[in-house]
Every structure is written in structure tokens, then in C-alpha cells.
Design a protein around this ligand. Structure first.
Ligand code: SAH
Length: 431
């Protein structure tokens, strides 16, 4: 039975590591050692291209991935291993291709009391794990982020490196999507304050980007709306401050200036703030104003696009906003203005957001500007939500049909021939 492995992280920067062998394994080891800042001495009669590229002098200013300073170095001695090569080494990697030589190297390392990773596995005293790493808020603080913001997961799986890699890949995926709690807990570990304007998509938690989820997992303060993927809020840790500034039509609990001020205040206090918005931050989302407010205070801001309801809510009920032969383009409006200025042909789709209470006026304005009263219309309520429903009619009838059906916000209205593609249109038997 193997005694238990003792996992450890090494601070190897500036220390000598000897790598025996010049093949792809040696190249991989050397690359990660250089990234960790080690001085690597490669001993091998010949080296492969990848390794040769590392031996070539690094460009000035080459930095480690965490941005924390000088890169390591690689020197190559073009000859075979001989006894004495490990002198001064803190760590040894041997991957010579010859089990006998690897065993000799391991024996010398043992005598010198230096740990040795051996490709001829049985003789080694150390094993390299499969590694997943993520730098928290890497982009907003990139050049200055302390190494402590990095999360490193090392996986060993007995003597089965492929298995370790598969486990690592699974963890990597969770790290990337923010499903793991990456948020720094130790005060000061997370760097300075920042704001991310995250487009949350139309409400389904599966329709937010991986980047958005990851930032959410790192947030200390989340400022949220009524629309958007509210189910994701349930996954937040208890100590995350959630501020709901949700607007309902005709009732605005928190004015935009106050939302801006909230974002600024929390970020200036050094917190990592996520402004979670429905759909895309820049599609009738006032994301631009929030960006400007933060920038005026020198706060780093990242904008993460989202799946806009203008396109996705019609899609939820089988309506493509463009469709070969049926629609050559689309216009997104709020239903409040400019409605008469869009192309009148029914092969140009009009998408109205926030327009439910004005449906009658909007339909009348579109007909007055030349659209046929027969133009198909669908009002889609609560896309991806439990109340999702599609109500169809024509420009002439939709206002009455919608009020009879008790249509409520939030809803997206689609006007144009593409509505004919939807199952609801066919079910209504409107031709
Ligand atoms: N930035 C958002 C839009 C904000 S305006 C985006 O890109 O989607 C708010 C309007 O979006 C609502 O009045 C409604 O018209 C629409 N909306 C957003 N989510 C919706 C949903 N799940 N179902 C129906 N309409 C939605």
C-alpha cells in the first residue's frame, strides 16, 4: 500500500531546478517552472522545439502570469546526465526516456535529500498534480493584483495523470462559470473596489454568460433588478450584500441617480460590486449612465454583455427576429417614440420593449405610418419565466386581444411576418 501523498505548494521563484531530458515532458515541466519564476537548468543531449523556445532569452519585461515580477530563466547544457548535476538544486525533474538514467537521477536526488519528480515514476519522490488556476478579478486589476488573489487547485489521482486531468478539467469548468465560491474572504485579499455591469439575460439562469456568473461568484455587493436571472441570487453566500433596486412599470423605487450613487459608494469603499441587469446592459438598460458615473470616480468598470430580451424572448416562443424570406431586419424600440419612423414593410420586424400599456397607441401609430392592419403581432409575456405566454393577433386586433387576455408586463411585442413562423400563430388559425 502506498503511504498517503502529502500535497504542498512550492515557492520556487529564484531557485535552481534541474530538469533532465529534452522531450515534450521536460518541456512542459520547464514551462511551468519558468512561469513560477524558477531558474531551470536543462541537461539533455538534444532538446525538442518547445524546450528550445524556452531556452531562447525571454523578451524584456516578460512577466509571470500573476504580474508579480521577473520571469524565471532556462539554461541548457547539451550533454547527458552525469553524477553531480543535481548540486545546488531545490528540486529535480527527470524525464530522460531511459528508466535506468531516471533511476540514477532519483538515487542522486535521494542522497542529496532533494525531491525528485521522475517520469520513471517508481523511483520518484514527488508528483506533479494537474492544475486549475484562476486569478480573481484578473482584468480589472491585472497589473497590480497581488498573487494572493489567485486560486490554485492541484489534483493528484493516484498514478493516473489522465484521470487527474479529467477531474481538473471539470473543476476548471466550474471555476470559469463562477459556480465555485471564488470570492475573497480575507479582508484585503481581493484588491480594490470595482464594478461589473453584468447582463443577466432574460431570466433563465442558464442564459447568463460564463463571465457574468464568475463575476457574480466573486461579488461582495450585488445590485439587482426585477428582471434578469434572480434565481442566481439564491446561490450567493450569506454575507453578500444584495440590494434590490427593481423597477416595476409606473413605480420607480430607486431613481437612476441613486443607483449610480450606490455603485460608486460601494466600489469606493473597496468592494467588488456586480450590477446585475436584465438582458443586455446597453439595450434600454441605462448601463451607459452607470458606466459614466463609475468612470467619473475612477472606478474600474467591466461591462459584460447579456442576451437581450429583444431577441431571446421572441425566440422562447419560436419567433426568429430575422428569417430568410420573411424578415430582412429588425428594429428595437420602447414603444414610446419614433414608432412611425421604422420601415413600414411587414418583412421588417419591429420589436417593442416596455410597451404593454401603450399597445393600442403603438399599433395605431404603425398603421398610420403605412403598415398593413393585417400585419401579424405577438405579445410575449414573461419569457423563460413561469408565466410565459404568447398572445397573437394583427395590428388591427392585438390591443383588444391582449386586453381580453389580461396581458401584463414584462412583455416583448413582435410585429411582422416572422410571427407567422411561431406555433402560437398556427394554433390561432389566423392564416
Ligand atoms: N436590458 C433589457 C431590457 C430592459 S427594458 C434587455 O436587454 O432585455 C425592460 C423590458 O424588457 C421589459 O419591459 C420587457 O419589455 C423586456 N423584458 C425583459 N425581460 C423580459 C422577459 N423575461 N419577458 C418578457 N419581456 C422581458
Amino acid at each position: 500500500m502506498n503511504p498517503e501523498l502529502y500535497p504542498l505548494g512550492l515557492r520556487i521563484a529564484g531557485r535552481l531546478v534541474v530538469v533532465l531530458g529534452g522531450g515534450p515532458v521536460a518541456a512542459r515541466r520547464t514551462r511551468s517552472l519558468v512561469l513560477a519564476g524558477a531558474h531551470v537548468r536543462v541537461v539533455a543531449p538534444e532538446i525538442c522545439e518547445d524546450l528550445a523556445a524556452l531556452v531562447a532569452p525571454l523578451p524584456d519585461g516578460a512577466a509571470r502570469p500573476d504580474g508579480s515580477g521577473a520571469a524565471g530563466t532556462v539554461a541548457w547544457e547539451a550533454r547527458s546526465y552525469r553524477s553531480g548535476d543535481l548540486e545546488g538544486a531545490w528540486l529535480v525533474h527527470t524525464a530522460t526516456g531511459s528508466p535506468e538514467v531516471d533511476a540514477d537521477v532519483a538515487a542522486e536526488a535521494e542522497a542529496l535529500r532533494v525531491f525528485c519528480v521522475s517520469a520513471g515514476d517508481a523511483s520518484g519522490t514527488a508528483w506533479v498534480p494537474a492544475v486549475a488556476r484562476v486569478t480573481v478579478a484578473d482584468d480589472t486589476t491585472s497589473a497590480t493584483s497581488a498573487p494572493s488573489t489567485e486560486v490554485v487547485v492541484a489534483v493528484n489521482a493516484g498514478r493516473d495523470p489522465r484521470r487527474a486531468q479529467r477531474v481538473r478539467d471539470a473543476i476548471d469548468a466550474l471555476l470559469a462559470t463562477g459556480e465555485l465560491p471564488l470570492r475573497p474572504v480575507r479582508p484585503g485579499a481581493g484588491g480594490s473596489g470595482s464594478v461589473a455591469l453584468v447582463g443577466g439575460g432574460p431570466g433563465d439562469p442558464g442564459l447568463v454568460t460564463a463571465r457574468g456568473r464568475r463575476l457574480l461568484a466573486q461579488a461582495e455587493v450585488v445590485v439587482t433588478d426585477r428582471l434578469g436571472p434572480r434565481a442566481l441570487l439564491d446561490e450567493l453566500a450569506d454575507d453578500v450584500v444584495v440590494i434590490d433596486v427593481g423597477k416595476t412599470p409606473g413605480f420607480h423605487p430607486v431613481p437612476q441617480e441613486e443607483i449610480n450613487a450606490l455603485l460608486v459608494e460601494h466600489a469606493l469603499a473597496g468592494r467588488r460590486v456586480v450590477r446585475l441587469k436584465g438582458g443586455d446592459p446597453y439595450v434600454f438598460g441605462r448601463g451607459g449612465e452607470e458606466l459614466i458615473a463609475c468612470e467619473e470616480h475612477g472606478i474600474p468598470v467591466e461591462v459584460v454583455p447579456g442576451v437581450t430580451s429583444a431577441v431571446s424572448v421572441p425566440a422562447a416562443v419560436g419567433i426568429p427576429v430575422t428569417h430568410r424570406g420573411w424578415s430582412r431586419g429588425f428594429t428595437v424600440l420602447t414603444g414610446h417614440e419614433d414608432i412611425g419612423k421604422v420601415p413600414a414593410a411587414s418583412d421588417h420586424t419591429v420589436v417593442l420593449l416596455m410597451g404593454v400599456s401603450r399597445l393600442r397607441d403603438s399599433a395605431a401609430a404603425l398603421m398610420a405610418s403605412g403598415r398593413s392592419p393585417e400585419t401579424p403581432v405577438a405579445v410575449v409575456e414573461d419569457g423563460y419565466g413561469p408565466r410565459q405566454r404568447s398572445t397573437v393577433g394583427t395590428l388591427a386586433t392585438i390591443a383588444d386581444v391582449a386586453s381580453a387576455a389580461g396581458v401584463r408586463a414584462p412583455a416583448v411585442t413582435v410585429i411582422g411576418d416572422v410571427v407567422r413562423v411561431s406555433p402560437a400563430w398556427r394554433a390561432a388559425g389566423l392564416g
